[in-house]
Design a protein around this ligand. Structure first.
Ligand code: 6PG
Length: 247
């Protein structure tokens, strides 16, 4: 098993993926913390999880007034653009639960460039963290959600992009390697790693090939992801390698 991949849990389907992820998020947010914080991912996979967290079954189990909400990456588009990761999370969850608006930390996309947005977001993260260097014993996040793109990208760190520019927590990405082909803003791997738990959500047959490449240790951004705490890949049967899904 590739060191970076860590543990893998195979679940039946995308519904079970959302269920398993929701239970992990609830458990992490229940742990004592002076600032519980979730770093959300974008794209299509997590939307089912976000909707589930707002249902009666999970709603009462999350300390909404205490939790801070961040994003691991964002498309450099207006908030009301259908491609906005923050817009998707707002519509599917945050607008329907009692979060404190001051605790919702969106990546700004109304700046002059994704690089300016990255500088601003990095400053906000550093201010909230209260130190310039990340300490593995004091993680930035309680849980970081991650996706896997068909080219092996994660967050908005694409093959060929720098993954860990020494000292930088957030970067602008002018040319993403996969649609939507709009500039991006992305946390870098060391900032994403500063978490009690990193949770990859991977579902569907379209991800089987790229997941196999990650597991084989191919030099892909997602294969370099790591976490100061636990790293768990939640994968459904359609995306899991043959040996894992009993096929
Ligand atoms: C983004 C995401 C990205 C996503 C993967 C998988 O902004 O696009 O953060 O990293 O997680 O591309 O996306 P799907 O879940 O849509 O396959």
């Amino acid at each position: 098993m590739n060191q970076a991949v860590g543990l893998m849990q195979v679940v039946n389907d995308v519904a079970a993926l959302a269920e398993a992820a929701a239970e992990r998020v609830v458990a992490r947010l229940a742990a004592p913390s002076d600032r519980p914080a979730v770093c959300l991912s974008g794209g299509g996979t997590p939307e089912r999880l976000y909707r589930l967290l707002g249902t009666e079954r999970f709603r009462a189990r999350i300390p909404w007034q205490q939790v801070h909400w961040f994003w691991g990456d964002e498309r450099f588009v207006p908030f009301d653009d259908a491609r906005s990761n923050a817009g998707m999370a707002m519509k599917s969850l945050l607008a329907h639960v009692p979060v404190l608006p001051k605790n919702v930390h969106r990546i700004p996309t109304d700046t002059a460039s994704p690089h300016e947005s990255a500088r601003l977001y990095e400053a906000e993260l550093r201010h909230l963290y209260g130190a310039d260097d990340l300490d593995p014993r004091r993680p930035l996040f309680s849980v970081v959600l991650m996706g896997l793109g068909g080219d092996g990208h994660t967050a908005s760190l694409f093959p060929g992009n720098p993954l860990d520019e020494t000292g930088r927590w957030v970067i602008g990405v002018d040319r993403p390697g996969l649609e939507p082909f709009v500039p991006r803003v992305s946390l870098m791997l060391p900032a994403l790693a500063s978490t009690r738990e990193m949770l990859f959500l991977v579902g569907g047959t379209s991800k089987r090939g790229v997941l196999k490449r990650v597991l084989a240790g191919e030099d892909l951004p997602a294969a370099h992801a790591h976490a100061d705490g636990e790293l768990l890949w939640l994968v459904d049967r359609d995306a899991a390698p043959e040996r894992e899904n009993g096929a």
